[in-house]
Ligand binder design. Structure first.
Ligand code: ACM
Length: 548
C-alpha cells in the first residue's frame, strides 16, 4: 500500500511539473555569482512544492537539512529527506568521485529532477549555493505564502580557481555579536568562499576567553574610552569619549561559531597577534612585557611600542594561550600576526639584547624571526601551520610559514620564490576598510582612516597570481582574502556596507577563471544579487549599482 501511495504521489508530482516542460527561460534567470565555469541554459522549469523530496545518503544529511531549511522560509514546511526515493520530481544530492576538484560540483536542473553532484559534501554545498541563486527572490525574504516555486533548467559544471578564498574580520577595534558574525559567515558561504579569518586580539581589545588567563578578557577585553575622529599614529593630540567599551567571546560562543561555519564548509582561522599589537594582553599580564608596565588597553588606533618580551615566561604563556586556541579551532592554519612590530622596546631592553647575543642574532628583525620560529615550532609540533603577515619575512622566514601579503604584493612574490605558500591580501585591492569612492564623494561617506579608496571595479580587476612568478612559483599562491579592519566601523551596519559588494567582486576573482571574468557582465549580475542582499536585510554600498 505504501508503495502504491508513493508511486501515485510521484506520478502526480511529475505530471504537475510537466506543465513547465516547455517553458522558455531568459538569460535573466541565470545570474550566478561567482560565475560558474560552464553554464548551459535549457528549456523547462523544475517545480518545488511541499511534496518535493531531497534524496541523499546519510553522510549528506547536513547539506540536505541546510537546503530544506532555506526552502522552508518560502514553502513553510521542511521537505522530506529520504535516502531511497526515486529522483523523479525530487532533488537529488549525490557524491561523484569522478569529479576532479574536491570543491567542484555539477548541477543539473531538468523539468522533472534536480541533481547536484560533488566529489565531496563541500562541492555539493556549492551546488546548493548555485541552486539558491536560481530561486526566486522570495526564497530569501520569508514570503511564505508561496506554495510552489520553479527553477529554470540548466546544466552547470563548476569548480574554483583558488583553494583559499577568504574574508577577514577585525573584532579587536570594534566588537561584534555572535549573531553578526554568523551573518558574516552566511555571506562567506553565499559567495562560495571557504575561510573566515577571525582577528581576535588587538591593542584595543582581547576578544577570546582563555580559561588559564581570565584577565585577558576581564581586563584586556575592555578599554576606558575610544578616540574620537581620525585617531591614527599621526593625528595626536587625541580626544577620547571616555566611554568604557569592549566585549569578548566565551569559549562556548567560539565553539558555536566554529560549528556554524563548519556546517557551511568554512574553516575559521583564529589570529592571535604577537609579538606586537599586544597592548591589551599586556594590560592584563604586564609581566610578559619588556617594561613590565603599567600598560593600558589602547584607546586610539595606529601602532604601538608595546611588544611581548622574548622571555621563557612569555613563551610559556603564549603556548598556554595557543593550546586553548587549538582546542577550539580545528583549522590547520593558526594566524600569529607578526605585523607592525616596533622594535624600540627590544632595542632598549637589556634582556632582549641578551637574547640577541645568546642566539647569535644580527638585530631586532632577527629577534622577531626567532620569536616567530619558537611559536612555529610549538604549533608545528601540534600539527598546525602558521600564517603570518608579510613582515615575518624580514629577519628570515620561519621554515613552514605561510605568508599573508598585505603591504602590496612584494611579500607574496618573495615568499613564493622561497617556496612558501602565500595568501594575497594587498591593501590596494583587498582592504575593504578603504573608501569605496574617491574625491568629493568621500564627504558623503562615513569616516575612514585615510583618503585611499578601492572601488568594486578595482577589486574585480585584481589578479592574485603575480605575472613575474614562474609557473612553478605560481603554485604557491593559495588564493586571496578581503580584509576588514574596523577602526572606523563602530556599527555592524557599517561592516556590511564596507564589505558589500566588494566581497562579491572578490568572490569571483578567487573562484572564476580569469578568462571567464568580465566587468560589464559582472555588473549586470550584481544587479540581481543585491536584490538578494536586500531580501536578506544586508546593508550594501550602491556606488557600482547606481552607475547603470
Ligand atoms: C595589517 O594591515 N596591519 C596587516
Amino acid at each position: 500500500m505504501k508503495n502504491i501511495i508513493f508511486i501515485v504521489a510521484s506520478i502526480l508530482a511529475v505530471s504537475c511539473s510537466s506543465k513547465y516542460q516547455e517553458t522558455v527561460n531568459s538569460d535573466d534567470d541565470y545570474q550566478i555569482i561567482p560565475k560558474p565555469k560552464e553554464l548551459n541554459i535549457a528549456k523547462g522549469r523544475f517545480l518545488i512544492n511541499s511534496k518535493t523530496k531531497i534524496i541523499c545518503v546519510k553522510s549528506l544529511a547536513q547539506e540536505a537539512g541546510y537546503l530544506s531549511k532555506i526552502l522552508n522560509t518560502t514553502l513553510g514546511v521542511d521537505l522530506t529527506i529520504d535516502s531511497s526515493a526515486n529522483k523523479n520530481g525530487n532533488i537529488k544530492l549525490e557524491l561523484n568521485h569522478t569529479i576532479a576538484n574536491r570543491e567542484g560540483y555539477t548541477l543539473s536542473v531538468e523539468y522533472d529532477a534536480i541533481i547536484i553532484s560533488g566529489k565531496t559534501a563541500t562541492g555539493i554545498f556549492y551546488g546548493i549555493q548555485s541552486l539558491l541563486q536560481l530561486l526566486p527572490i522570495k526564497i530569501e525574504n520569508g514570503d511564505n505564502d508561496a506554495i510552489e516555486i520553479t527553477i529554470p533548467a540548466v546544466e552547470i559544471n563548476d569548480s574554483p580557481r583558488y583553494a583559499y578564498r577568504g574574508m577577514h574580520l577585525d573584532v579587536g577595534r570594534h566588537f561584534f555579536s555572535v549573531a553578526s558574525v554568523k551573518r558574516y559567515i552566511d555571506l562567506i558561504a553565499m559567495h562560495k568562499m571557504n575561510t573566515f579569518h577571525w582577528h581576535l586580539t588587538e591593542d584595543q581589545g582581547w576578544r577570546i576567553e582563555i580559561k588559564k588567563y581570565p584577565k585577558l578578557t576581564e581586563v584586556g577585553g575592555f578599554r576606558k574610552g575610544t578616540a574620537v575622529g581620525l585617531a591614527g599614529t599621526r593625528n595626536a593630540p587625541y580626544t577620547y569619549d571616555d566611554i568604557k567599551y569592549g566585549g569578548f567571546y566565551t569559549q562556548e560562543e567560539i565553539k558555536e561559531v566554529v560549528a556554524y561555519a563548519g556546517a557551511r564548509h568554512i574553516t575559521v582561522i583564529p589570529e592571535i597577534e604577537l609579538p606586537g599589537h599586544s597592548s591589551a594582553a599586556l594590560a592584563a599580564y604586564p609581566q610578559f612585557g619588556n617594561t613590565k608596565g603599567p600598560y593600558e588597553v589602547a584607546k586610539r588606533w595606529g601602532i604601538f611600542n608595546e611588544t611581548f618580551a622574548p622571555t621563557e615566561e612569555t613563551f610559556a604563556f603564549l603556548e598556554d594561550v595557543l593550546s586553548e586556541v587549538m582546542a577550539l579551532f580545528p583549522s590547520k592554519f593558526i594566524h600569529i600576526g607578526g605585523d607592525e612590530v616596533l622594535k624600540k622596546e627590544w632595542e632598549e631592553s637589556a634582556y632582549a639584547q641578551e637574547v640577541i647575543k645568546r642566539e647569535g642574532l644580527k638585530d631586532e628583525n632577527e629577534l622577531q624571526s626567532y620569536f616567530i620560529r619558537r611559536i612555529e615550532k610549538f604549533l608545528n609540533a601540534n600539527d598546525r601551520t602558521i600564517i603570518g603577515w608579510d613582515e615575518i619575512l624580514e629577519g628570515g622566514i620561519a621554515p613552514n610559514a605561510t605568508i599573508m601579503s598585505w603591504r602590496g604584493i612584494e611579500g607574496g612574490i618573495a615568499a613564493a620564490k622561497q617556496h612558501h605558500t602565500v595568501i594575497m591580501t594587498p591593501g590596494t585591492h583587498c582592504y575593504f576598510d578603504y573608501y569605496q569612492v574617491g574625491g568629493e564623494e568621500q564627504k558623503k561617506e562615513a569616516l575612514t582612516g585615510s583618503k585611499r579608496y578601492t572601488s568594486v571595479e578595482k577589486v574585480y580587476s585584481y589578479e592574485p597570481t603575480p605575472s613575474v612568478l614562474t609557473p612553478e612559483e605560481k603554485k604557491y599562491i593559495l588564493g586571496a582574502q578581503g580584509n576588514v579592519w574596523t577602526e572606523y566601523m563602530p556599527s555592524w551596519d557599517l561592516v556590511e556596507y564596507n564589505v558589500l559588494p566588494r566581497m562579491t567582486a572578490l568572490s569571483e576573482v578567487v573562484w572564476s577563471s580569469k578568462k571567464n571574468r568580465n566587468w560589464e557582465d559582472f555588473r549586470m549580475r550584481l544587479q540581481h544579487i543585491v536584490i538578494r542582499y536586500e531580501a536578506l536585510g544586508y546593508n550594501y554600498a550602491k556606488h557600482s549599482i547606481d552607475k547603470q
